[in-house]
Design a protein around this ligand. Sequence first.
Ligand code: COA
Length: 154
Amino acid sequence: MIQIRPATLEDSLEITSLFRDTVTHINKKHYSEKQINAWASSADDQEEWKKRIDKYYFIIAEIESNMVGFAYLKNGNYLDGLFVHKDYQRQGIGSKLLRIIESQVMMTDFEILKSDVSKTALPFFDNNYFEVIKKQKKTHKGVIFENYLVEKTL
Ligand SMILES: CC(C)(COP(=O)(O)OP(=O)(O)OC[C@H]1O[C@@H](n2cnc3c(N)ncnc32)[C@H](O)[C@@H]1OP(=O)(O)O)[C@@H](O)C(=O)NCCC(=O)NCCS
């Protein structure tokens, strides 16, 4: 049974550990070692993650009190992060987190949910009726990443 709850500052270590593991095990199928190392190193900045928990709409998915995923919304309608534990992929956790995120966006009167999504995640967003606006290149920590700007009208 998947439970969803708001993140607290005490979750930051577990969030960054899940993030690092998912990037290094799941996203590595679609990105180079250099890209994965740059991406995963964002986990090192605990203060930045605490700021995100504090400032954004940030939710956690748990199964039997174990963290199995998280998602957060920036600026009311930009999905800045959606990550599912590497050992719990394809069990409906991403979909459940997305449903709660979409409800939150609708409650705050936005009509469009946006995100920049990885090549790995594109089939998931496609399955959830997001439209690809453009394929793009973004620089993160000096390394170029190919990803997709997607949108969904709610
Ligand atoms: C993208 C992600 C969040 C999806 O979470 P999830 O819990 O595995 O997704 P769900 O189980 O809810 O999947 C729902 C449906 O989406 C589609 N889908 C999800 N992952 C897919 C994949 N890798 N390939 C093809 N279809 C996929 C399927 O239709 C799936 O339904 P099915 O399993 O019954 O076939 C997860 O794979 C992840 O953490 N990816 C790595 C991090 C990442 O890239 N995050 C995106 C932000 S950049």
